[in-house]
Design a protein around this ligand. Structure first.
Ligand SMILES: [Zn+2]
Length: 231
């Protein structure tokens, strides 16, 4: 198992080195209770860094906490600063967590269909290479709860860039496998497939526990995904 539940609504990845704390929330923690979720992971709201997520490929280099304010437009964050908590909010998009043990650096990506097509995954890996001298083969990567191929039906007109990662359905529709595409891009970027851990949760199938934008037809609540170097 790549993750375990610490308490109701607090999910913790166990695949990372001991100096990394990473996890995600479920419905017990709407936005108004993010602080309680962080406390449950022994993290602090004061250390949280978040960005205004715009489905692009910009990576924000986190150096100081923003207490959860979102002043910079980006869809990925990286840091090597101990204590900062990188946060990405999702409700169907793919949250992707990165850590390198040797260089003691971490990253986090909001992987939506548009951002993935815009190559945010090679972008975050290149950023970690440039800034922290990370070798992609030493990265440990985790994939959080997101909408899976079982539930992600899209129009065939938007499948450009996802060749090989969808299954055609009726009436010009197809089922898109975003996680399959993410995995392929990680491996293409040099990540070892044995170091990619997937929590395997589908937000739409498990909508009783997790927010799903599609299943709920536009909820404004989001899962909070976080990763932090804890020293
Ligand atoms: Zn599903």
């Amino acid at each position: 198992m790549s993750c375990k539940t610490l308490a109701d609504g607090i999910h913790h990845f166990t695949c990372f080195p001991s100096f990394v704390r990473a996890g995600f929330s479920s419905r017990e923690f709407p936005r108004a209770r993010y602080e309680d979720f962080l406390t449950g992971l022994s993290l602090k709201m004061d250390d949280l860094v978040m960005v205004e997520q715009v489905h692009g490929r910009e990576i924000f280099i986190a150096e100081v906490p923003t207490r959860g304010r979102m002043e910079v437009e980006a869809d990925g964050l990286v840091t090597d600063r101990v204590g900062l908590v990188l946060g990405i909010r999702t409700a169907d998009c793919v949250p992707i967590f990165f850590s390198s043990e040797r260089t003691k650096s971490i990253g986090m990506v909001h992987g939506g269909r548009k951002g993935i097509r815009a190559a945010i995954i090679p972008q975050v890996i290149q950023t970690m290479r440039d800034l922290y001298r990370v070798d992609p083969s030493e990265l440990v990567v985790a994939i959080g709860p997101c909408i899976r191929q079982c539930c992600y039906e899209v129009g065939e007109e938007i499948l450009d860039g996802f060749s090989g990662f969808y299954r055609s359905a009726n009436r010009g529709k197809a089922h898109l496998d975003l996680v399959g595409k993410v995995g392929a891009e990680l491996v293409e970027s040099g990540v070892d497939s044995n170091r990619i851990y997937d929590c395997k949760i589908c937000t739409a199938c498990s909508n009783d526990s997790f927010y799903s934008y599609r299943k709920e037809q536009g909820t404004s609540e989001r899962i909070l995904n976080v990763i932090s170097l804890v020293g």
